[in-house]
Design a protein around this ligand. Structure first.
Ligand code: IPM
Ligand code: MG
Length: 372
């Protein structure tokens, strides 16, 4: 298969982790006789520094001409600390999601057996958790009108949803549920918000089209608690933009590190693959950023094009790295010198030599003497 992939490394740790995902895609192409070409483009704070805007026109064009986009991370503390900044890196990410019409953001949350002991939660609580969050991505309070009064004392952010925006992500979530445990939970705040009541009404209308799927309705405040105390009760979570942002980051404590959570952002014409974590500016260029979320996002890219065997092999490489503790320090690794690049190298090697035994694999590829 020929794929032209736009790569938007972005800010902070974005370039480091994205480089590992690109490395993995390159070796996949080599091993499976595909032709993947990569074209880099600027976004976020790094784009502001070079061009004055977080989403240059050239970047939009590159993405629109590509088969898929691989996104890194966005943000910079210098903007976080300045509420008066008119131009912000995040406008780059929100802008590209909107430009490409990426309305459905899919965030899997899987508790790996090898990491259970590293999560802050009890093993028996989180074992076998396997959730997929369907987050609406191009509407709601993120994209509603904003207002700040001239005296600077009053502000509003409008949360607006239209029927078609709710319908399309809802159908996608129901279809996903059908191929999983056939349970869908709508998370909203229908006891307070009119937009949430619209979501509930529309989901109730659509539900009969998927009679094999059980539907539950939960308020966001309750869902935030249930997700931690009993995450196994969830299968597909469907929710609006901001609740999905918050819940998915919360869910990362089940997995052990936010550096492990990947996502796919899908529209009718375009698709982008992005880790859920941010730019983590203070960790940039130290080689400590976990590249697995980015690598797993690349696996979701392969899924999207039906390259199932390739995606499975990438995931097997990730599993193996976790099993052998070839991981970055966010996972309290027992080795202290495993860098971002080394994790990428390991998974790259695995894809080339998937049949080697564990021990030899560690010996040969990472030099046992240096790490144990
Ligand atoms: C995410 C991020 C973004 C979001 C930020 C960086 C704008 O937190 O993808 O979860 O809020 O959507
Ligand atoms: Mg977020």
């Amino acid at each position: 298969m020929k794929l032209n992939i736009a790569v938007l490394p972005g800010d902070g740790i974005g370039p480091e982790v994205t480089a590992q995902a690109v490395k993995v895609l390159k070796v996949v192409a080599m091993e499976f006789n595909h032709v993947f070409t990569f074209q880099n483009a600027l976004v976020g704070a790094s784009a502001i520094d070079k061009t004055g805007t977080p989403l240059p026109k050239e970047t939009i064009d590159i993405c629109k001409n590509a088969d898929a986009v691989l996104f890194g991370a966005i943000g910079n503390t210098k903007y976080d600390d300045d509420p008066d900044a008119k131009i912000r890196p995040e406008q780059g990410l929100l802008g590209i999601r909107k430009e490409l019409g990426l309305h459905t953001n899919i965030r899997p949350v899987i508790a790996y057996d090898d990491l259970l002991s590293k999560a802050s939660l009890k093993t028996k609580q989180i074992k076998d958790t396997n959730i997929i969050i369907y987050r609406e991505l191009t509407s709601g309070i993120y994209f509603g009108d904003r207002y700040l009064s001239d005296d600077g004392n009053t502000a509003t952010d409008i949360c607006k949803y239209e029927r078609f925006e709710i319908e399309r992500v809802t159908h996608a979530a129901f279809k996903a549920a059908q191929s999983r445990k056939r349970k869908l939970t709508l998370v909203d705040k229908a006891n307070v918000l009119e937009t949430s009541r619209l979501w509930r009404r529309i989901v109730k209308e659509i539900a009969p089209q998927y009679p094999d799927v059980r539907v539950n309705y939960t308020y966001i405040d309750n869902a935030a608690m249930e997700l931690i105390i009993k995450p196994r009760q969830f299968d597909v979570i469907l929710t609006e933009n901001m609740f999905g942002d918050i819940l998915s980051e919360e869910a990362s404590v089940i997995v052990g590190s936010i550096g492990l959570l990947a996502s796919a952002s899908i529209g009718d014409q375009y698709a982008m693959f992005e880790p859920i974590h941010g730019a983590y500016t203070k960790a940039a260029n130290k080689g400590i950023a976990n590249p697995i979320a980015s690598i797993l996002s690349a696996a979701m890219l392969l899924d999207y094009f039906g390259l199932d065997e390739e995606a499975a092999l990438v995931r097997e490489g990730v599993d193996k790295s976790l099993k052998l503790h070839i991981t970055t320090p966010d996972l309290n690794n027992k080795y202290d010198n495993i860098s971002t690049t080394k994790v990428g190298d390991f998974i790259e090697d695995f894809i080339q030599n998937p049949d080697e035994t564990n021990l030899n694999f560690t010996n040969i590829h990472l030099g046992q003497s240096t790490i144990i």
